[in-house]
Design a protein around this ligand. Sequence first.
Ligand SMILES: *Cc1c(COP(=O)(O)O)cnc(C)c1O
Length: 387
Amino acid sequence: MKRDTGLIHGARGKSQAPLAKTVGPPIQRGSTVLLPDAAAMADYSQVSYGRQGLAPHRALEDALAEMEGAAHISLFPSGTAAVTGPLLAVLKSGDELLAADSVYRPTRRFCDGPLKRFGVTTRYYDPSLSPDAVLALATPATRLIMLESPGSLTMDVQDVPGIAKRAKARGMLTAIDNTWAAGLLFKPLAHGVDISIQALTKYVGGHSDVFMGSAATADPAVARMLKAGDLDIGWAVSPDDAYAMLRGLRTMGVRLERHGASGLALAAWLRDRPEVTQVLHPALPGAPGHDIWKRDFTGACGLFSFVLEPGAPKAVDAFLDALELFGLGYSWGGFESLAIPCDPQFPVRSSPPKFSGPLIRLHVGLEDVDDLRADVERALDAYRASI
Ligand SMILES: *Cc1c(COP(=O)(O)O)cnc(C)c1O
């Protein structure tokens, strides 16, 4: 071999000693996959290209499939792509989509933008409707119902099993954005939903430093559509990111217990504060959606919202700016506490929610809950002083 050939082929395949067995999978980086012989090049049942996923992707998919009770997992480069990918994989021009009015805003953006351009019509329904009332909105063109429960910002809990059962009976598919339950606290596939989606970016990653999303299905026909969509559209995620997600998944159970307990403690404390008129936390007894939550969920995460007594926008700013431990950031699921104002996101909704005052969403992180309570108390004092 001459110099440049040696640089490329030198020592390739030499070290065939079995790899040391680590707890996590090896991080295989690869676009090209070398196949053993010509016959293998015609065997499409094997991984023949890196985009189909390598060791860390397989390990993550297998772990997610176990958690979701799924026969197939598709991985996407973000949670948003895990919503848009399945919609593209199952919908066609002329189809109609029913979506909860409380869906994540980028989901709505995709429905009202690209999907509309490609001839798919989306109609939004009030997430407080009964399953029969939701199904009454369906037409023969309705192909899919897109759920999110608890809904983004307003935490509306839907009767997901009831909707999924009725949709199936009428030949419609259902998909749910299950990010709040992280695939663990509610099991959509066991409740009859066809496609269970989550932004792994949130609790599975758990450290606010990596993007990914997953779509799970137990139905072989839906799995074929998702797989075809992955191939046709060209989604791929990096092996390093897949490794990071798998690492996050290993500790998610204990993290969620802490997020859930601290969140519920803060929610109960807020309910008794004079500056707060309503707490929207499905796991809080007496809060909206609690009965369905209790029937269908096995726990709560750290995300909930609450309504402040009426006050001017500058008072909301004073609340947010007085927070020291809660960061101001549009995400959640990481170890850190975050807060956002919700009202600026409502005008896009078909029936914007009406609360008696401003709505704030908190993500309760893993900090000491007494410190978090003191932080919110400081912010409530600032709010009251600027009303
Ligand atoms: C964050 C989020 C997503 C999108 O995840 P990204 O990885 O940020 O694209 C989807 N759905 C919900 C409910 C989310 O909160």
